[in-house]
Design a protein around this ligand. Structure first.
Ligand code: 3PG
Length: 400
């Protein structure tokens, strides 16, 4: 982007592909981290006199307009962050978008409606995606890719559009890639990885990769129960991916062979019912050993012994990568595991990276100072796929 700015962007229509996929409760944004993260790129372009068109997906609408997934709240928040009026087009490439872009003056910013209201954005078919990219290309003169959270998606605005316009990477993508490179090239040891979140199947590739790199892997969250089951423990009605048990057994065996410490919860907080996240009514969880989960209960957070163990395993880390919450952190009775891991990262002298939409949002929602961490990635799947060593379509498209 610096080269682009040096060439001059005054009067140019610059399309910024952002990731404004923020968590919403109705129309209220519960974590605006992703909007704040892309704001410097938008601000710099606007300051330089560009006519900035910001586009993003939000959620997973079905290729047609759906008010529940409107970007209007994100556009309003971007305006607040920039301290400027941000125009909003009620469609992505239609009459509203064309008129909104045509009305932009130098230095003004507009947001167009959710890219995924158009089936072409996510189409598997190259021609269908290409046709939508052609429509997007008509709106702009230059493309800036800065939606790091979406670079692993081969979508029209991420992959096909940059091929149609002069293009550059924004500041957010540059920062994210710089940090993740540090985790793949020259890591300071011990390299400790904390993995949580719901599903083992989302983490298969990254575990594969990390078994070659990490010194310790600590597992919590919903995915821990499939590992516990693989070790022969009963997990009651906890989240379980039965079909992933062979993969878990393979990981445990490989970790042992390679001398990687693979650490599972010692104790867990369980309940017969999933907590009410709206009312946050007391859930009265029960604490049990991880090999004694009652048949009618599910594990919803790691317990105090596990918190202490994980904090100890993180204390001397040279590098930490953390992806995925340790429990249902949205409910106060099940937030302690995630809080303990966040605190252990803050207490660590190592380089700490929090990756993943949910874990990044969780540290902010739980009230931690995000600036105290080495880096909080805006990418969930994107940062995991980067660490797996995969070619990411949205980065490949910018590389030439
Ligand atoms: C994310 O939340 O990880 C990104 O915004 C990508 O969203 P997606 O998984 O719906 O493509």
């Amino acid at each position: 982007i610096d080269e682009l700015l040096a060439e001059g962007v005054t009067g140019k229509r610059v399309f910024v592909r952002a990731d404004l996929n923020v968590p919403l409760e109705g129309t209220t944004i519960t974590d605006d981290g992703r909007i704040r993260a892309v704001a410097p790129t938008v601000a710099k372009l606007a300051e330089a006199g560009a006519r900035v068109i910001v586009a993003s997906h939000l959620g997973r609408p079905k290729g047609a307009p759906d008010p529940a997934f409107s970007l209007a709240p994100a556009a309003a928040r971007l305006g607040e962050i920039l301290g400027a009026d941000v125009a909003f087009a009620t469609d992505t490439v239609g009459e509203s978008a064309k008129a909104t872009v045509a009305a932009l003056t130098d230095g003004q910013v507009a947001v167009v409606e959710n890219l995924r209201f158009n089936a072409g954005e996510t189409a598997k078919d190259d021609a269908e995606r290409g046709a939508f990219a052609d429509q997007l290309a008509e709106l702009a003169d230059v493309y800036v890719g800065d939606g790091f959270g979406a670079v692993h998606r081969k979508h029209a605005s991420v992959f096909d559009l940059p091929a149609r316009l002069p293009h550059a990477a924004g500041y957010l993508i540059a920062t994210e890639v710089g940090v993740l490179k540090k985790l793949t090239d020259d890591v300071r040891r011990p390299y400790v990885v904390v993995l949580g979140g719901a599903k083992v199947s989302d983490k298969l590739g990254v575990i594969d990769h990390l078994l070659e790199k990490a010194d310790r892997i600590l597992v919590g969250g919903g995915m821990a129960y499939t590992f516990l089951k693989a070790k022969g423990h009963e997990v009651g009605i906890s989240l379980l991916q039965e079909d992933q048990i062979p993969a878990c057994l393979d990981y445990l065996a490989r970790a042992e062979k390679r001398g990687v410490e693979f650490v599972l919860p010692l104790d867990v907080m369980v309940s017969a019912e999933f907590p009410d996240l709206k009312t946050k009514a007391p859930a009265n969880p029960e604490l049990v050993a991880s090999d004694a989960i009652p048949a009618d209960k599910e594990g919803l957070d790691i317990g105090p012994k596990t918190r202490e163990l994980y904090a100890a395993k993180l204390a001397d880390a040279g590098t930490v990568f953390w992806n995925g919450p340790m429990g249902v952190f949205e409910h106060p009775d099940y937030a302690n595991g995630t809080k303990a891991v966040a605190q252990a990262l803050l207490d660590s002298d190592g380089f700490t990276v929090v990756g993943g939409g949910d874990s990044a949002a969780s540290v902010r929602i739980l009230g931690f100072d995000e600036n105290a961490f080495g880096h909080i990635s805006t990418g969930g799947g994107a940062s995991l796929e980067y660490l797996e060593g995969k070619t990411l379509p949205g980065l490949a498209a910018l590389e030439d």
